[in-house]
Design a protein. Structure first.
Length: 145
């Protein structure tokens, strides 16, 4: 397992999450002001899990890119005083977003460099009652912004 946090950003950071769609970035921009006072550090596009094995002929640089492209990627990790939040930003979130978060939590539990308990957040722009129930049943905080 190899959690790859990448660049750490302070709570004051005003930019968009790396590799996010325009709509997901807009969701982030609406949600961020509501949580900024809880953030110690945040990371975007976090690599989780081991990814696929690079071909034997790959150079070191190619193997690094292979890992980057085959790991699971959490939109945002946020370190708070007591927890690390795993955040999925999703335009019109459906059940697949719940599955992603559950997998991210499992992978982070196996290799958590932050060493705090994790909490999952699904942040979306439209409420879907069935997805909300599924998320909450699985311990995911479901937020519509």
């Amino acid at each position: 397992m190899s959690t790859r946090l990448g660049t750490a950003y302070p709570a004051t950071y005003e930019g968009r999450p790396t590799r996010s769609s325009k709509k997901d970035a807009e969701i982030w921009e609406r949600w961020l002001p509501t949580i900024r006072d809880k953030i110690l550090t945040m990371w975007f596009d976090v690599g989780l899990g081991s990814g696929a094995q690079a071909p034997a002929y790959a150079t070191e640089k190619e193997a690094e890119m292979w890992l980057y492209n085959t790991q699971k990627r959490a939109d945002v990790l946020i370190e708070t005083q007591d927890e690390v939040w795993i955040v999925e930003l999703r335009d019109n979130a459906q059940a697949s977003a719940v599955g992603r978060l559950l997998l991210y939590q499992e992978l982070l539990q196996k290799d958590n460099p932050i060493e705090k308990r994790s909490r999952m957040y699904l942040v979306t722009d439209r409420r879907d009652d069935e997805v909300a129930i599924l998320a909450e049943t699985n311990g995911i905080t479901y937020i519509v912004v």
